[in-house]
Design a protein around this ligand. Structure first.
Ligand code: PEP
Ligand code: MN
Length: 354
């Protein structure tokens, strides 16, 4: 439920509505817009719902909207202005396309530092790299843990790039919070509710990857956990979902990106690396993501001996893309797509390549 207060509602009138919502056993979430205050009403108390609905005739209330979706705080209906998440000065969800790049996992100091320098020189805005790795096989490399986090911190110190790294469980949360600028929730953990509840309380933004078999609704409800628990700084990440096709690692749900942006006010970025699993398809998938409205790209790159320059040129071509006025004012997605194409494509070393 959403309570739209009138533009001229007084402080007392707003407070009265807030108090009544609480008395009825719901939680009010205030959004102070430029023109008016909007109150999201969350929680379940069927018995007293009608009392909240009756507030539509209270002084200072303009209207009450009953929303059909089960999520409230992430919805664009509640907050029509888009959320811009600030990661150490890098603004995600604003006019500029943000590029996060780095290896799948931190494997060694040399590997990470070389990658970080390349990524920085290419103009990427954030450095990615996993210190705790969710692996399908228990025999695969599981990550360097705290040692990996320390290497990431060293790379940040040298390059100035904020770091995004995965937190796999509540047991690692304190360690990751100490080092990360952006906390990644991996696809397999999107519905790890104890983890989401804890992340709702930490003073760090969260990159919430979509579960490989999760619906858009489940994804937005996972984000709702974070917002309702007190963390408004959430970035959604589409990274491919499971379908019947077996040629690709996953299927990139591009329309899902557009839909998520239509339903909610959070920024949405795309991970073309895990979505495709093929290096050759990463540039095309990234271009398509930009064309459909993604706020950024998170891509895996690796220095490959003798060829390390390749990936970096590639990132730089993406990194200087801007969602400038021309594109946004004409709303010309095709124009945007062409612009990306003219500026060339980038190549990435993708570690999960088939
Ligand atoms: C990763 O970012 O390296 C990763 C494991 O991603 P996902 O959770 O999307 O599989
Ligand atoms: Mn990976």
């Amino acid at each position: 439920m959403i309570v739209n207060m009138a533009a001229n509602a007084t402080e007392e009138q707003i407070q009265h509505v807030v108090d009544r919502i609480k008395e009825c056993g719901f939680l009010p979430h205030l959004i102070q817009g430029a023109e008016r205050t909007v109150i999201g009403v969350v929680g379940k108390n069927r018995g007293r719902r009608a009392e909240v609905e009756a507030l539509r005739v209270a002084p200072g209330v303009d209207e009450i909207l009953i929303i059909s979706q089960p999520y409230t705080l992430v919805s664009l209906e509640l907050q029509p202005q888009r959320t811009v998440v600030d990661v150490k000065g890098v603004k995600i969800g604003g006019p500029d396309l943000v590029v996060m790049a780095g290896p799948c996992s931190v494997e060694s100091r040399e590997q990470l530092m070389e990658t970080a320098r390349g990524v920085k020189a290419a103009g990427a805005h954030l450095l990615r790299g996993g210190a705790y790795k969710p692996r399908t096989s228990p025999y695969d490399f599981q990550g360097l843990g705290v040692e990996g986090l320390k290497i990431l911190a060293e790379a940040r110190k040298e390059t100035g790039l904020p770091i995004v790294t995965e937190v796999m469980g509540v047991e690692d949360l304190d360690a990751v919070v100490e080092y990360a600028d952006l906390m990644q929730v991996g696809a397999r953990n999107m519905q790890n509710y104890p983890l989401l509840r804890r992340l709702a309380t930490v003073p760090r933004p969260v990159l919430l990857k979509r579960g490989p078999s999760s619906t858009i609704k489940e994804w937005l409800l996972a984000a709702e956990y974070l917002l309702s628990g007190g963390n408004p700084n959430v970035i959604l990440c589409e990274r491919g979902i499971k379908t019947f096709d077996s040629e690709l690692r996953n299927t990139l749900d591009l329309a899902g990106v557009a839909l998520a942006k239509e339903l909610c006010h959070l920024p949405v970025v795309v991970d073309p690396s895990h979505a495709t699993g093929r290096r050759s398809l990463v540039p095309a998938a990234a271009r398509a993501a930009v064309a459909i409205g993604a706020d950024g790209i998170i891509v895996e790159v690796q220095p490959v001996s003798g060829e390390s320059a390749v990936g970096w040129t590639a990132i730089s071509r993406l990194a200087w893309l801007r969602r400038d006025d021309e594109w946004t004012s004409t709303g010309d997605r095709n124009g945007r797509c062409c612009a990306v194409r003219q500026r060339g494509c980038f190549k990435s070393r993708f570690s999960h390549e088939r």
